[in-house]
Design a protein around this ligand. Structure first.
Ligand SMILES: C[S@@+](CC[C@H](N)C(=O)[O-])C[C@H]1O[C@@H](n2cnc3c(N)ncnc32)[C@H](O)[C@@H]1O
Length: 272
């Protein structure tokens, strides 16, 4: 039977449909450079996702590209890739990676002896950059947007999170409230729908939050605004990265239940 979506065998396809998705990737050679960002994904994780939703040679777009983990995943799997990133600092980190690393037999390696890391990183606001793309241009959109609003206030207290862009109103993570954030994610979804080819996929990595003494299912709220743009919500994978698991924090211990949110959601949407 012809495979309409990817280059996987039937058993590889079946394996990947499991909704629970634990990984344990060791840190890769670009980690030292990429970790300055503070919210990065393993390139191998992105490569796995790309392998499922595209064939070799197809074009992957990451509109919230950060330091380029999706682009590295595309390089590992021999797909073309374009990233949009608002903060020039992260664009420059990716370009430095392109100058200092290449793809060898065993993945990303130091030096330029191997295959060149090709992805194109564009410095700009994704809403603007998306609007410049022609309709039905890309085979997959795979991205890890900011997880909600007020990143500066809410994350920086307790982590070394440095991905937000202070004072930058175009940054999806800087909006004053969730209403504004979800509205922007809706605008993003509309453009994503326009530039994606028919029958192809938008994949979003989103974490849930706990705030004001309540679980906040951000991923479900984002899924609703994305569905409102015409996408069908096909599934969710619960991703847990064992290798970066921090010790559990004793929030409200012996008083009331507060979760340690250690997973992220991988939301899968199709343009039908
Ligand atoms: C969660 S990070 C992505 C990290 C990426 N997955 C990686 O591993 O490098 C989200 C990124 O979106 C960027 N961003 C926020 N608003 C944006 C916008 N309007 N256009 C483009 N990028 C934006 C932020 O600067 C941040 O780097």
């Amino acid at each position: 039977m012809d495979n309409l979506l990817n280059d996987l065998s039937g058993s590889e396809w079946l394996y990947w449909t499991n909704t629970i998705y634990p990984t344990n990737y060791p840190l890769d050679v670009t980690h030292q450079l990429r970790k300055t960002h503070g919210a990065i994904k393993p390139p191998e994780l992105m490569a796995d996702i790309i392998r499922f939703f595209t064939k070799k040679g197809e074009l992957v777009l990451d509109p919230f590209a950060g330091v380029g983990s999706t682009l590295l995943g595309a390089a590992l799997t021999e797909r073309k890739a374009v990233g949009f990133e608002l903060n020039n600092k992260w664009v420059q980190v990716y370009r430095e990676i392109q100058r200092k690393f290449s793809i060898g037999k065993h993945g990303i390696q130091a030096g330029v002896e191997g295959r060149r890391i090709q992805g194109i990183m564009v410095h700009g606001d994704c809403l603007h950059e998306l609007s410049e793309l022609p309709q039905e241009r890309v085979e997959a959109i795979i991205t890890d947007p900011p997880y909600g609003c007020r990143h500066r206030v809410e994350f920086n207290r307790e982590t070394n999170f440095s991905m937000f862009n202070p004072g930058e109103e175009k940054d999806f993570g800087n909006l004053p409230d969730y209403k504004g954030y979800l509205q922007k994610m809706g605008e993003f979804g509309r453009e994503a729908y326009r530039v994606l080819k028919r029958h192809r996929y938008l994949v979003l990595l989103i974490g849930d939050r706990y705030q004001n003494s309540e679980y906040m299912p951000l991923s479900y709220k984002v899924a609703e605004v994305i569905r409102a743009q015409g996408f069908k919500w096909k599934g969710l994978k619960i991703w847990w990265n064992q290798s970066t698991q921090r010790p559990l924090k004793p929030y409200a211990i012996k008083r009331c239940y507060v979760p340690n949110i250690t997973h992220q959601n991988i939301l899968i949407f199709r343009k039908e």
